[in-house]
Design a protein around this ligand. Sequence first.
Ligand code: SF4
Length: 205
Amino acid sequence: MSNELSHELRELRREFGMAVLLITHDLGVVAENADVVAVMYASRVVEVATVEELFDHPKHPYTEGLFRSIPKLGAHMQRLDTIPGTVPNPARFPTGCKFHTRCHRTRALAERADPSQTVEVTSAGERFKVLKRCNVEEPDLREVQPKHWAACHQIDGYDAAPVTEPTLAHHRTIVPRVVTGAAGIIGGNGQPLSGAAMPKQEVAS
Ligand code: SF4
């Protein structure tokens, strides 16, 4: 989305007090425009939070993967991190959590888990272990913290968290912080963000 279009949308919102629903893969667009973010994977909402909370404390492994794939100012990397594998064919979604064939969290936990709690799967030509629960049980979207919803069995407190309606009335309050001695701005999580992902302050309408 161009800066001009982004600016026009903000002006329209301010002038008419209207809500705008943006559907995008571009976290820069999210950072610049969103008050509330719903992250979707394989046809399901897997995380909902305010834009500030999501950028500071992502909880779902897919959201974490999206943030890891953003270029960081000042970081010296040969290649960007990517989420392994590809989005599954909707006609053949995986059983259980639809993200389990690509999820770094279930793989890491399965390495340390009792073998009776794990199962081997094959994805993108690779064979690896995941947690059995991730392979068989699709997680609900739960309010894992007040006003923060996520669908992942492996979040602290997930099993005790309530299933509530993910509704948020919120206006963003992100304030950019200039990194001293470097040409960049860091997000609320202290991580330098790329030019495309810099949150900007917006006056609430
Ligand atoms: S439920 Fe399991 S596979 Fe799904 S996101 Fe959480 S850890 Fe990963």
